[in-house]
Design a protein around this ligand. Structure first.
Ligand code: PMP
Length: 309
């Protein structure tokens, strides 16, 4: 095949069946109250093992189709891990190089996975804030604009559109349109903004509840403390009907509950999502609350050991 862009597009298209279409898990024992149900999307059941497969796929597809990515360039983004892993798997599949910027205190599992996938890693000092890591990525791109195609997941509308076209439809269909509340955590905000926007269009009565970490220095990897940091351009402050805060202790408590009562091994941000969904459900007389479990516990070995032994 002579057209390199068409070639990349076709290779990427072939991966579409492995992105999204995750099961919706009805909580049975960890939360059981008559009239109120909690359901969670098991987002680790797709390529790369996290919710970020959706955004990574769509951002990359758009970059290739619009010409923002030129054959020969290296993909670039900053990541707390999951976007990087998803992008690295896609990049390996279609045969393009990738450089990722990640804080050096990321878990050993993440580092091993990214090394195995052949990513060129650039580690930033652990003491840098997420905004400083973001600025580092911007600067790296500015200094090498031709070498890199910078995806910038925080400001890239393909991120939220992945959920607008995918996650929302799945939730609506899987609940037979019965969903009454969406409660998800905010990182880049793609999941909440994209899913919330679409559900709202289908049913204006659906309540959208944004979940936040209670403090800046929390243990919920993947969540952003918006009060103290730069708001991603894709964040829409008008969207949420309500905001709830979750503590790291609550996230850990619900990780344990999910393990012991549902047989689900959750990541901290999935535990935090469950904590937030439960807080919301406790206030309702009736309802179907849907949340999103971004990934499972497999990349958080040290925490799992300290929580369960
Ligand atoms: N939890 C984890 C573990 C994540 O990796 C992410 C993505 N950074 C999120 C939650 C938040 O998802 P989003 O970026 O769509 O807001």
């Amino acid at each position: 095949m002579n057209d390199p862009v068409l070639h990349l597009s076709q290779r990427l298209e072939a991966l579409a069946p492995y992105i999204g279409n995750t099961p919706l898990w009805p909580l049975r024992r960890a939360y059981a109250r008559p009239g109120v149900a909690i359901h969670a999307k098991l987002e680790w059941q797709q390529l790369g093992g996290s919710v970020k497969a959706r955004a990574a796929y769509r951002m990359l597809r758009e970059a290739i189709q619009t010409g923002a990515y030129q054959p020969g360039q290296t993909l670039l983004d900053s990541t707390s891990g999951n976007t990087g892993i998803a992008l690295a798997m896609l990049a390996a599949q279609i045969g393009i190089p990738i450089t990722l910027i990640m804080p050096e205190d990321a878990s050993v599992e993440r580092k091993r996975i990214l090394a195995a996938l052949g990513v060129e890693m650039c580690y930033t000092p652990a003491e840098l804030s997420s905004d400083e890591v973001f600025a580092f990525a911007q600067d790296m791109h500015a200094r090498n604009p031709d070498r890199f195609c910078y995806l910038n997941q925080y400001d890239n509308s393909a991120n939220w559109q992945a959920h607008y076209h995918g996650t929302a439809r799945e939730i609506y269909e899987q609940t037979q349109g019965q969903v009454t509340h969406l409660a998800t955590g905010l990182g880049t905000c793609g999941t909440f903004v994209g899913t919330g926007r679409r559900l709202r269009e289908w049913n204006a009565g659906i309540q959208l509840v944004a979940l936040h970490p209670d403090v800046k220095d929390n243990g919920i990897k993947g969540w952003k403390h918006l009060d103290s940091s730069r708001h991603p351009a894709i964040y829409d402050p008008q969207l949420a009907d309500a905001h709830l805060k979750v503590t790291t202790e609550e996230a850990h408590f619900w990780m344990k509950q999910a393990a012991r009562k549902e047989g689900l091994l959750l990541s901290p941000s999935a535990g935090a999502a469950l904590a937030g969904a439960v807080k919301l459900a406790d206030r309702l007389e009736r309802g179907v609350v849907v949340t999103v479990f971004p990934d499972d516990a497999s990349k958080y070995g040290a925490l799992l050991q300290s929580l369960f032994t």
